[in-house]
Design a protein around this ligand. Structure first.
Ligand SMILES: Cc1ncc(COP(=O)(O)O)c(C=O)c1O
Length: 311
């Protein structure tokens, strides 16, 4: 989906015009992938816009920056306020929010430490990521590309460079007629999709891969684990062999972009009847009941955005 422009972008604490959010071609990030970022959704609640798990996203952003020794001048609270100010200024919701911290224009060599750290936040309208029929399972493949091996690129950091691996997984899947690819880790165990965590329903229990299998510790993943347990299901973080995917009763992806996306087939082996299964559906309904204001937000996952226009 092409980017839909809004008016303002937050840059280092100030709102600037969308068209002024430019960087130099010799910025460190362009050459060496030195960025960390987030993908956040703001939903439209009956009372107005609300950012889903705003603090957790900003805290993961600062953790990613810490891993890469990027000093960020802003706290979680300031970054959350940055998202608030941006949404109020652009008057756009529901929306997708893209905060990013990167190494800017400074030195041409690999050493990042002399290039300035810049922080930006943008927001824009964005619809469904994987398919428009929410009940239809997407067709996916197991990728021939492997996720980053431990101690190479850190999977817990949501870093721009990791998404070169994601791009290989995604392009291979698309060019072979699949909607998405599931990658294995360096030991051949299930890891995750190119931009989503993975859940497997098998014999009434719910499994997801632990963080040691080269996954991003998804905020939706955490949300779904809590919702599933509230609904009385047993949720197990467990390393999984590839073949468990083929014999699963239900499979689904989770992520900020994908939300909850049922998987209908893996490598052309059908899962269930190819559509969302009953356990996935119960979890998805409970998730959207919160996001659409039908159920109480007991854990304070929704951050209400003050909508008075910021200058
Ligand atoms: C590689 C990868 N795994 C998992 C996720 C899901 O994470 P979250 O639920 O925090 O969006 C994402 C999306 O951000 C991702 O890019």
């Amino acid at each position: 989906m092409s980017i839909q422009k809004t008016n303002k972008i937050w840059r280092n604490g100030k709102l600037i015009d969308w068209d002024d959010a430019q960087i130099h071609v010799l910025s460190h990030v362009v050459h060496y992938g030195s960025s960390v970022f987030e993908g956040v959704r703001c939903y439209k609640l009956p009372y107005g816009p609300a950012i889903f798990r705003a603090e957790e996203h900003m805290s993961r952003l600062l953790d990613s920056a810490k891993i890469y020794r990027m000093p960020c001048d802003y706290t979680v609270e300031q970054l959350v306020k940055g998202m608030d100010d941006l949404i109020a200024a652009n008057q756009t919701w529901p929306c997708y929010i893209r905060p990013i911290i990167f190494r800017g224009y400074g030195e041409i060599g690999v050493n990042p430490l002399k290039s300035p750290v810049e922080t930006y936040i943008a927001n824009m309208p964005w619809g469904k990521y994987l398919g428009e029929d929410p009940d239809a399972g997407v067709s996916v493949c197991v990728s021939s590309w492997t996720r980053m091996a431990p101690n190479t690129l850190p999977a817990l950091a949501k870093a721009g460079a990791n998404y070169m691996n994601s791009q290989l997984i995604k392009m291979e899947a698309l060019s072979n007629g699949y909607a998405e690819g599931i990658a294995l880790d360096a030991n051949g165990l299930v890891s995750e999709g190119s931009g989503e965590n993975l859940f497997v329903v098998h014999k009434g229990r719910i499994f997801t891969t632990p963080i040691a299998n080269s996954v991003l510790e998804g905020i939706t993943r955490d949300t779904i684990m809590q919702i599933a347990r509230d609904l009385g299901y047993e949720v197990v973080e467990q390393a999984m062999p590839r073949e468990l995917l083929y014999i699963a009763d239900e499979l689904f992806f989770t992520g900020t972009a994908a939300e909850i996306a049922p998987i209908g087939a893996v490598d052309k082996i059908q899962i269930g009847d190819g559509r969302i299964g009953p356990i996935s559906k119960a979890i998805r309904n409970a998730f959207f009941d919160i996001l659409e204001g039908r159920a109480e937000d007991r854990r304070g996952w929704l951050h209400r955005v003050p909508t008075a226009k910021a200058e």
